[in-house]
Design a protein around this ligand. Structure first.
Ligand code: MN
Length: 186
């Protein structure tokens, strides 16, 4: 692959005229602890929860995959809009997130049960260590926009989180984000 440059809009996260991949509420079944609220909200509208701009980078160990994601503000019940979250298929691969706009949290946990939460705010870079599943959560009132880069062949394991969930959840209590144990964690 030859060197190249791409432009990302710092406000919106958009990448030129490319089209994004989109995740709607209907694609988030089983991800929120309050499935009843999800059903009720779906009867009203299948809202766009997040979208991302990814490149078709060759999945080679020496290449980097990078792009942007935009998570919209909102909640399902008391739980904020968030990404599904994933491990990398090659567990031994890290990732860097760089927040451009908005306010949020990056929730991470590894298979030993260690977990942590780092703040996503404009200018913050968060290092997702190898072996950690990661989920980004919009705790603010504006879109949460961030850039990311990881080893291009790392791949995504969504299934483990879809089946087990994260150990922790971020919910709103008295108008502020609070980290609680996931009652449905397996
Ligand atoms: Mn990742």
């Amino acid at each position: 692959m030859k060197p190249f440059a791409l432009h990302f809009d710092l406000e919106t996260g958009k990448c030129g005229t490319r089209t994004s991949s989109k995740r709607y509420l209907s694609q988030m079944k089983g991800m929120y602890h309050d499935e009843g609220s999800l059903q009720k909200q779906l009867e009203v509208e299948d809202t766009l929860v997040y979208e991302f701009y990814e490149l078709d980078m060759p999945e080679h160990a020496g290449d980097l995959a990078f792009g942007t994601s935009i998570i919209y503000p909102g909640k399902v019940g008391d739980e904020y809009y968030m990404t599904k979250g994933h491990f990398h298929a090659i567990l031994n691969t890290a990732e860097v997130y760089f927040c451009l706009q908005g306010q949020g949290l990056l929730l991470m946990e590894n298979t030993d049960g260690e977990w942590c939460v780092e703040e996503m705010a404009p200018g913050n870079a968060v290092y997702v260590s190898k072996g950690y599943a990661h989920r980004t959560i919009n705790t603010g009132h504006e879109p949460l926009v961030f850039f990311w880069a990881f080893r291009a062949d790392a791949g995504h394991d969504y299934g483990t989180i879809e089946t087990n969930g994260f150990r922790k959840l971020v919910v709103e209590q008295a108008g502020a984000p609070v980290i609680i144990d996931n009652p449905n964690w397996k």
